[in-house]
Design a protein around this ligand. Structure first.
Ligand code: AMP
Ligand code: GLY
Length: 420
């Protein structure tokens, strides 16, 4: 098969790495990819949001399967455009991706399908929104409706904070069009987990659960990031709870979307909070998580290609996913200044190994410098992953590998996997 992976982050490197191990693959491409991905795939200089250009390239290059990593091209209709050429796509249509692209739509789906989630209301006017927040003493979460690169969520502790967040979005135009509508919801407490499933629009196959470390500093301090590391399995989500999430969250969401004429084919991600009253959904994503994908795919025992193709073609019935009983830990190495403005162009040393077995270094924010060496080009630069007999062993092996990688201003958390 000839396969194209769309995207350029650590998640896409992990996907390309896993796909490249399949005996079914004759040629593997990535658009636009990164220097790490270039070790397993041929890079193609395409902008993923230019859906016509990507679709044309796929036809000209006789691509048999397109695997889309990030949400932006999905929301822009890349899957629809490629499917129109008769090429199977792993990744939902724009209509189905709205479950991530609009928080109000996602909440409406949850309400209609009876999926456990925080109480909420959607607003476009600041007055009623502030009143709703005040009635809950400001212990609310304010969310921009549209995509805001993970920065559109404000967890509030009192009424003043809530009012400030609401004014910033609804009056001040923070996040532009994405924040002209907001969802305000009840603030929940508890540990979080990421539960992701492959779905063909009807059937679902759960991936192993994972846990993300969202804050920049050790001990979950500092501002939220895209994710500073992840591990799988998580003791917070045992087999029973994962089965519960499948039955009460994933399956009802997939059914509701199909019923609305928006069948979802691809990876459906439920961000879960484990509250004293049970698991509650915080958000849906229309894609795999980053960095969760990196440790999850290190544990996936199957050839991933038949599963991706089956989901894309709408029939997962013959697919069973198996996971390595070992644990995997992924540590994100971020550039100086992340999650704010970051430096770029710093030479990355040591990322190509050699590393011991079961250690993988996935590139994210890297590009080729003038002399051909990888240099930093984004906030999250690498994810260093390792398998181990348990989480402590996996973490130890991952940090050993981290010790061999260097770039100026490199920052990372020292406690990834320690949440367990
Ligand atoms: P989201 O993009 O909706 O997942 O929100 C990002 C982060 O905000 C989540 O991972 C949580 O840490 C936090 N968050 C979102 N919704 C809530 C909520 N209802 N209660 C408490 N924290 C939340
Ligand atoms: N790591 C969180 C996400 O991918 O949304």
């Amino acid at each position: 098969m000839r396969i194209l992976v769309v995207g350029s982050g650590g998640r896409e490197h992990a996907l390309a790495w896993k796909i490249s191990r399949s005996p079914l693959v004759r040629a593997l491409f990535a658009a636009p990819g990164n220097p790490g991905i270039s070790r397993v795939a041929t890079l193609v200089a395409l902008d993923p949001r230019d859906v016509d250009a990507v679709a044309r390239w796929c036809v000209e290059n006789r691509i048999d399967l397109v695997v889309v990593g990030p949400e932006a091209p999905l929301v822009a209709g890349l899957a629809d455009r490629v499917a129109r050429e008769g090429i199977p796509v792993f990744g939902p249509s724009a209509a189905a991706a709205e479950i991530e692209g609009s928080k109000a739509f996602a909440k409406d789906v949850m309400r209609a399908a009876g999926i456990p989630t925080a109480e909420y209301e959607a607003f476009t006017e600041v007055g009623p929104a502030v009143a709703w927040a005040r009635a809950r003493a400001g212990r609310v979460v304010v969310k921009a409706d549209g995509l805001a690169a993970g920065k559109g969520v404000v967890v509030c502790g009192d009424a003043a904070e809530a009012e400030e967040a609401l004014r910033a979005m609804l009056v001040g135009g923070a996040h532009g069009a994405a924040g002209r509508k907001v969802v305000v919801e009840e603030r929940l407490e508890g540990p979080e987990a990421s539960c992701i499933a492959f779905t063909d629009g009807e059937r679902v196959r759960m991936l192993a659960a994972a846990q993300d470390h969202k804050r920049i500093f050790d001990g979950d301090r500092g501002p939220n990031t895209g994710g500073m590391g992840a591990f799988s399995p998580t003791p917070n989500v045992g087999a029973d709870l994962l089965a519960d999430v499948e039955r009460t969250v994933i399956v009802p969401a997939v059914r509701e979307l199909a019923w609305r004429g928006r069948p979802f084919r691809g990876a459906l991600y439920a961000g879960i909070m484990l509250t004293p009253k049970g698991a509650r959904v915080l958000e849906f994503n229309a894609r795999l998580g980053d960095p969760e994908t990196q440790p999850i795919l290190m544990r996936l025992a199957n050839d991933i290609v038949p599963a991706l193709l089956a989901a894309a073609k709408g029939d997962l019935s013959g697919v069973t996913l198996e996971f390595d009983p070992r644990a995997a830990v992924g540590v994100v190495l971020a550039a100086e200044g992340y999650p704010g403005t970051v430096a770029s162009g710093d030479v990355v040393e040591g990322a190509d190994g050699p590393f011991p077995e079961d250690v993988q270094v996935f590139h994210a924010g890297t590009t080729r410098g003038p002399d051909g060496r990888a240099v930093t080009s984004g906030g999250r630069v690498l994810t260093v992953c390792a398998l181990g007999t348990g989480l402590p062993d996996a973490a130890r092996r991952a940090y050993e590998a981290v010790g061999r990688v260097r770039f100026r201003g490199m920052q990372f958390r020292k406690d990834i996997g320690g949440k367990a």
